[in-house]
Design a protein around this ligand. Structure first.
Ligand SMILES: [Zn+2]
Ligand SMILES: [Zn+2]
Length: 163
């Protein structure tokens, strides 16, 4: 989906705020997947007597990941919010580093994709109190195991058995 920025500036009254639903299920994200479409809208308005174009991106990103401590599946979502102001005189300079084509069209799905990547948490937890897995037996700590707390090196457990 492309938004013709050049046309918006030449015909400000043509502005319509598009809603979108992007399917990113085939995309590679660092440490998570997006199975459900990313839905939201891009609100277009004008400031400064039509000299500044205001794009307000609002969306919800639902992702599937694994708990960083216990590896259980985690489903979570987070909001995307970004406001971009483009001035009539210099939007082509693209100081905001937007995905613009040479014809002055904004690639909205690319914009949303980038926003997901920069907004996503760096790790996911099934619960903030998740105790993770026991490093010795690999079971969930919350379920309890009989391993000793401070056994961190496998050689010591063999040594203990010999003594
Ligand atoms: Zn967990
Ligand atoms: Zn254990």
């Amino acid at each position: 989906m492309f938004l013709d920025i050049r046309k918006l500036f030449s015909q400000p009254e043509s502005a319509q705020s598009p809603a979108f639903s992007f399917d990113f299920s085939g995309e590679d994200f660092p440490g998570y997947r997006m199975e459900a479409p990313c839905e939201g809208k891009l609100e277009i308005s004008w400031e400064g007597h039509g000299h500044r174009l205001r794009l307000k991106l609002e969306a919800q990103a639902a992702v599937s990941a694994e708990c960083a401590r216990c590896l259980k599946p985690v489903q979570t979502s987070f909001p995307l919010n970004r406001t971009i102001l483009l001035r009539e005189q210099d939007w082509m300079d693209n100081e905001e580093d937007l995905p613009l084509t040479a014809e002055g069209k904004l690639d909205v799905s690319e914009l949303v994709y980038t926003e997901i990547v920069v907004t996503a948490p760096s790790m996911f937890l099934c619960d903030e109190n998740c105790q993770g897995l026991c490093p010795v037996c690999g079971k969930e700590r919350a379920l309890g195991c009989t391993c000793e707390e401070n056994v961190t090196d496998g050689r010591f457990s063999i040594l203990n058995q010999l003594l």
